[in-house]
Write a protein that binds this ligand. Sequence first.
Ligand SMILES: Nc1ncnc2c1ncn2[C@@H]1O[C@H](COP(=O)(O)OP(=O)(O)O)[C@@H](O)[C@H]1O
Ligand SMILES: [Mg+2]
Length: 281
Amino acid sequence: MTETTETTEATDTRPAPIVGLLNQKGGVGKTTLTVQIAGALNAHGYDVLAVDLAPEGALASILGFDDVYSDLDQEGTLHELLLNPTEHAPQAHELVEDAGEFDLLPAHERMVDHTASALDGEPRARERLAMALEDLRTEYDVILVDNQPDINVLTDNALRNSDGILIPTYAEALSVQGFDRLQKQIAAIEEYYEPVNILGIVVNRIEHNNQAEAMVAQLQENFGEHLPVWEIRKRVALQRSLAQHQASLFGVDSESDMLPVLEAIVAEIEANLDVGGDGDA
Ligand SMILES: Nc1ncnc2c1ncn2[C@@H]1O[C@H](COP(=O)(O)OP(=O)(O)O)[C@@H](O)[C@H]1O
Ligand SMILES: [Mg+2]
């Protein structure tokens, strides 16, 4: 784990807010945006933890932690932490890796096929994420949670335990379907628990063609009155910075025209949630 920067540790023990990135459709940019937004928050002076709640471990992989993800000898992983948070939460910091701009709590290969099925029907099955992160929350200013494109007990955890959620989507019909399914999952969670706080919609990987522009306009029309709808263009730089395990654009491309959009997402997180630390302000 990185040493906490000079701005925070001594004085700030408020629990970090949790921000989940969710959409039931794969390939919309949940993992990419987790890294880019974590980098943006870091650039604002916040201590950030990114949690890889997606069993396939794409976030861990992008950040260069394939070896940790697939180390089957490792006995205490995010899988065990979620199954038995009361016992493991105080040691959760031992699972945290230093990913440069921010820290990572990686997924583990055992989570594939095992975690959701083992949790289903267990007591407090939809409170496990908050229980698992209880001790870590005081060590960070903000926690981002990347998710798999599914409706299951893990994504229910992300919806229920996040203080705010961001919904990445593509400007194409299929990802809007994923979005519709997510809205149904949100409605089901809200029926049993408390309201879900949607921070905004990130329309990602927008291309220059009429179909994409029409879809963006439609999303703005449907949601823009009540929610921020951010527009991220298709940019090789967003992919490339990750491919080099260099994490976010903030470290590598200070000229990118997408930085202001990421900054706007950070501003919305700051405005809505009790983010710790001083930031840059
Ligand atoms: N704005 C973007 N511009 C270019 N490529 C992108 C952009 N956002 C995501 N990608 C690429 O699209 C693919 C899917 O993104 P990913 O973040 O893995 O989606 P998800 O986590 O929702 O499955 C990846 O190859 C990623 O590099
Ligand atoms: Mg992903």
